[in-house]
Each structure stands twice: as C-alpha cells, then as structure tokens.
Ligand binder design. Structure first.
Ligand SMILES: Cc1cc2nc3c(=O)[nH]c(=O)nc-3n(C[C@H](O)[C@H](O)[C@H](O)COP(=O)(O)OP(=O)(O)OC[C@H]3O[C@@H](n4cnc5c(N)ncnc54)[C@H](O)[C@@H]3O)c2cc1C
Length: 458
C-alpha cells in the first residue's frame, strides 16, 4: 500500500482527500491518511455570521470522518515533516507523539493569525480564524450587554460596550461588520442602552480598507460603517492592549472589552520551522505551478502543497513572480487539482498547472449589507449581501450543511436573530461549584468573568 499523508484537513486538505477518494481505484493500492487536530473542516467565510448568530456554529463545520469514509482520519497535529526520511511526527489527542512514514506527503496546514509584538496582545486579544474564537466573541458580546444594562453610566459600562477589531482586510471587515450589526440589533432588547453608548472601532494600518477591492468600493465600505455609528481609524496601528487598555499610534487611548485581532496571515509554524521542505523568506512552502513542492530548477518528488501555507505561482496574469492570493477560491481549486495531479503522477501521466482567474470579491458588512467587486463592476448594499449569501451557500461542502445553513437563515428571517448568550459554556463547572446562596453564586460567576480573558476563559 502506498501511503498518502495529508497534513491539515481545511479547505485544500479536505478537497484533496475528497478528490483522491473519487479518483483512486483499488488497483492503485493507495491509502489516504488525513491528519488534523480538529475533527472538522471549518468553512471560515461563515465565521463572521457565527459571531452574529445568523449561523449556528456547528453548521459552519464539515465533519471529516462523516464525509471522507475511505480516508483514515487521525486526530492530532503534525509537529515535524522530514522528507529526507519520508516521515511525519504526529502528536495525537491522547498518548505520546509517534513517527508515521509515508510515500507521498501533501502539506495543506493553512496559515495562522499573524501576531505582532504588541504589549498585552496574547493575554487580551482573540483571533477570528477558528469556530471556537467566533463562539467566544459572540458570547462575550452578548454577556457584556447583560452586564452593562445593569450598570450606571461610567467607565465600567463604557468599557463593556467598547469593541475594537484590528485589521481592515477580509477577516477584519467581515468580523467587524457582523459584530457591529449584532450589537446594534441587540439595542431593541435593552431599553437601558442607546446607540450612542456603543463604541465600535476598526483599526487599519494602511490608508484604506480591503486591498482586494477598488478604492471606490473600499471608501464606500468605510462610509457604510461610519454612517451606522462606528469609527474607522486608517493609517493607525495598535501600540498596546495591556489589560484591555488600547493605545493607538495616534495617541488615542480607550478601554475595550473585546479586542479582535485580524491583522493578516502568518506562516504555519510547522511549515516555517519544522520541515526540511523548501520554504520562502516568509516561511511559506515553495511549490511549482502543478503544486508539486520545489522550484523551477528543482523538483521535490512525492511532496505536494497548496492553500494558505504555500507560495503558489499565479499564472493568470503572466508575471513570473506573482503568487496566488490566500483565499478559499484558490484553496478549494488547488485542493481539487492536487488530487488530480497526485493520481496522474502515480500513473506516470503528466500533471496540470494551476490556473485560476479571480472570480471577484464578496464580503458581508453586517446583516443586509455587503460589498461586491468583480473586475470593474463593484457595488455595496443589499444585493451584494444577497450575492454573498447565495455564493457561500453554493460553496459550503455537502448538501446537508447547505440545508442546515439555509434553514437557519429562514428561521432567522421569520423570528429574528438568536440573541441567547451562553458565556457560561466557557465555565461549565460554575453552576456545580456555586451550590450555595444566590449571593455566593453571583460572586463566583462575576469573579470568574472578571478574572478570565476572552482568550482563555477556562
Ligand atoms: C473570517 C474569515 C473569512 C473569510 N472569508 C473568505 C471569503 O469570503 N472568501 C474567500 O475566498 N476566502 C475567505 N477566507 C479565507 C479562506 O477561508 C482561507 O483562505 C482558506 O480557509 C484556506 O484554506 P487552507 O486549506 O489553506 O487552510 P485552512 O482552511 O485554514 O485549513 C488548515 C487546516 O490545517 C490544520 N492544521 C494546522 N496546523 C496543522 C498541523 N500542524 N498538523 C495538522 N493539521 C494542521 C488546521 O486545523 C486546519 O484544519 C476567510 C477567512 C477567514 C478567517
């Protein structure tokens, strides 16, 4: 049996495994093994809507085991890839790490949220790349409304109603738009709170938002936020966030209860530091146009890579140095091509280069508002938001997930957003430990919330 080991079951890894299941025949004598610490593929474009409560968290996830019946799924992280020895070191959920040998390796481990040396960042901020982060942001926001509603005007109440999202790219824009839209929609259930009490800020280091769209659309996105009462800081960096006290490079300072860090992709540490496969100066895997690892002059046999962790030549514009944009559009198509090319190479047939012309950009800016750009055509508003939903409903894998997401939207359309907070899910033993008087219960709960950050609420 030839062992094909896929490192990472996100977009690219999931579609590679799915493609291999379809294309490999019994005669090929190959076993596909997919390793991922998470038992699901995350449909990341839906995370902002998970924050907003428009999509149930589980519905943005696709089970690996259920949808890849012919693939051996290993729940664990790869902590080293040694292509010289043709082996990976796996750190499983339980037990000690072990060596797994392979014949072919596929590296699709994605990227990580890029961090900067900002004081207090690791202790007090949270990313928006994983479903757990989306759930935590949502619960924290809803719980902060409950707490603020019971407080008189003052610094504590103001802090609870202040949120900052750092990063004006895709993730930042969509996360900010949905978070702010949720906050505004909550006000009708909290007569104690007013729109003027909310302080929502988007901080972007560059002089414009969303590099993926034209300047005109980017300006409209900014105006859309500002018209609704949010603040957008361009040409601004976050200098420090110690204990939730945010200091901007402009000198402005304020206390925030939610700090979402969405300042771009960083290299996956396993790819950047724990492999002998070639990487570029940023720590991304160097692959050839057919997604085989290597450069124009040097092919690394039996090693393939794609998605956000790889530096993939972009053949669509004719430039030799251009690289494909790290997005789902590319990750999915690269995953499918990986399967085709791996099977072709097993059969001794020629492989195909990756060529995809960008279809355009769609983003949600909050419920009922979106931004769309394809070539020279660009607009913002309700139609863009509808296209956003229609496209992602089409794109999320499996009919079952499509049906669940669509059914959720229909229910929300009829009955409004789900605004229940289950922040106590982050302290599941609190009720058990409380046990005593009601005063004791409240003290314990408040103490726990006051002393735990959104990053590590357990
Ligand atoms: C909030 C948000 C919104 C987005 N919206 C859009 C959008 O609207 N349109 C668009 O085109 N793109 C969008 N993107 C980008 C898109 O989701 C990514 O480009 C895409 O997920 C990349 O796919 P991937 O397979 O390379 O990585 P991922 O999907 O991130 O998958 C990587 C997988 O590898 C696993 N892994 C990591 N390290 C290891 C390890 N050491 N061992 C084993 N497994 C490992 C991870 O658990 C994960 O499952 C968005 C991203 C975010 C965060």
């Amino acid at each position: 049996m030839k062992k094909i080991v896929i490192v990472g079951g996100g977009y690219s890894g999931f579609y590679t495994a799915l493609g291999l299941e379809k294309k490999l025949s019994r005669n090929d004598g190959a076993e596909v093994i997919l390793i991922d610490p998470r038992p699901y593929m995350t449909y990341q474009p839906f995370l902002p809507e998970v924050v907003a409560g428009s999509i149930e968290a589980r519905h943005a996830l696709v089970s690996l085991r259920k949808n890849l019946p012919r693939t051996r799924v290993i729940s664990g992280s790869v902590i080293e890839i040694s292509h010289a020895k043709k082996s990976v070191v796996v750190l499983p959920y339980a037990g000690n790490d072990y060596v797994l040998n392979y014949d072919v390796v596929v590296v699709t481990a994605g990227a990580v949220t890029r961090l900067y040396p900002v004081a207090g960042l690791k202790e007090g901020a949270i990313g928006l790349k994983h479903v757990e982060e989306a759930i935590a942001i949502r619960n924290r926001m809803l719980a902060s409304f409950d707490r603020a509603a019971g407080l008189p005007f003052g610094a504590d109440r103001k802090r609870l109603l202040t949120a900052v999202v750092v990063g004006g790219g895709f993730t930042g824009i969509e996360g900010f738009g949905e978070l702010f839209s949720l906050a505004v929609s909550l006000l009708r259930y909290y007569p104690e709170l007013k729109l003027e009490d909310l302080d929502f800020r988007l901080v972007q280091a560059a002089n414009r938002l969303m590099p993926e769209v034209s300047e005109e659309i980017a300006a409209r996105v900014r105006k859309s936020f500002e018209r609704r009462g949010a603040r957008v800081h361009l040409n601004t960096q976050v200098v420090s966030v110690v204990d939730g006290h945010v200091v901007l490079s402009t000198g402005e300072q304020f206390d925030a209860h939610i700090i979402v860090w969405a300042a771009g992709n960083g290299a996956n540490p396993v790819v950047a530091r724990h492999t002998d496969l070639p990487i570029d100066s940023r720590g991304f895997l160097v692959v050839r146009p057919d997604l085989q690892v290597g450069t124009e002059d040097r092919v690394i046999n039996d090693a393939w890579g794609a998605g956000d962790d790889a530096s993939v030549p972009d053949l669509s514009g004719g430039s030799r140095t251009a690289r494909t944009v790290p997005n789902a559009q590319n990750a999915v198509r690269q995953g499918r091509l990986l399967a085709t090319n791996i099977v072709a190479s097993l059969h001794g047939k020629p492989t195909k280069p990756y060529l995809h012309r960008n279809l355009g950009t769609i983003a949600t800016l909050g419920k009922g508002r979106g931004a769309f750009q394809s070539g020279r055509i660009g607009f913002t508003g309700f139609l863009a938001w509808l296209i956003h939903r229609a496209y992602h409903l089409y794109a999320i894998p499996t009919w079952e997930r499509k049906a669940r997401v669509f059914a959720g939207w229909c229910v929300s359309f009829l009955s409004g957003r789900d605004i229940v907070s289950i922040e106590d899910a982050h302290h599941p033993r609190a009720a058990f430990l409380r046990g005593g008087s009601p005063e004791h219960q409240m003290t314990l709960l408040c103490d726990e919330r006051a002393t735990t950050s959104v990053v590590d609420p357990a």
